[in-house]
Design a protein around this ligand. Sequence first.
Ligand code: AMP
Length: 249
Amino acid sequence: MKILVAVKRVVDYNVKVRVKSDGSDVDIANVKMSMNPFDEIAVEEAIRLQEAGIATEIILVSLGVKACQDILRTGLAMGGDRAILVETDEEIQPLSAAKLLKAVVEKEQPKMVILGKQAIDDDANQTGQMLAALLGWGQATFASKVTVAGEQATVIREIDGGLETIAVKLPVVVTADLRLNEPRYVKLPNIMKAKKKPLDVLTPADLGVNLTKNLVTLKVQEPPVRKAGVKVADVQSLVDKLKNEAKVI
Ligand code: AMP
């Protein structure tokens, strides 16, 4: 079966993001960008399903600016077979991302789509769920283990305070949680090989999708600055401060 994996280009998780001075957004000028970490886990899972003889082809899809090609090449170097960039300079909100992915799914007919559980830039945690609804497919979100047998997937999901095991019929949308796997490092020879793998570029118009905006960001703020700590002389003054200043005991 074909597996489609959605990979988003986001600010690298090591970068300390800064808010623009007018508070309109996060400043991404000259900032290192990388594949969303949960999407790396999604790619790794697809590769493991291919190594287990379940997936026959892995197609990576990214939606966004031309530079998204770099993360698609990274995914191809990890082990993806080919890639599709739906190129646009417009902002892509989760519902538009889901609509674009639906159009690619209809073209490619995969039996499974794996996405990250959330993109670490907008923290929306919406695209996979919306995609499943638009396709009318089952969904297995927050996956920490995926096994496929015949026309069914068994997925262990991370839920509050524990794990839930569900069975879902294929085709299915899966979203990857942190403990699903540990993505492999990309080896240099594979980076070279990935340069020759196919990467098709489409536009939203090619897929018949209008990029509508349902959300408007009103304001972005830095978290409040933490006050500096103080050194206390002894346990008695610590207890006193906790009791009378912090009022936590
Ligand atoms: P979100 O709903 O924005 O938190 O994103 C959840 C997941 O949807 C991400 O981890 C990606 O797998 C996928 N996704 C969202 N936006 C894009 C995009 N522009 N390109 C590719 N995949 C995306």
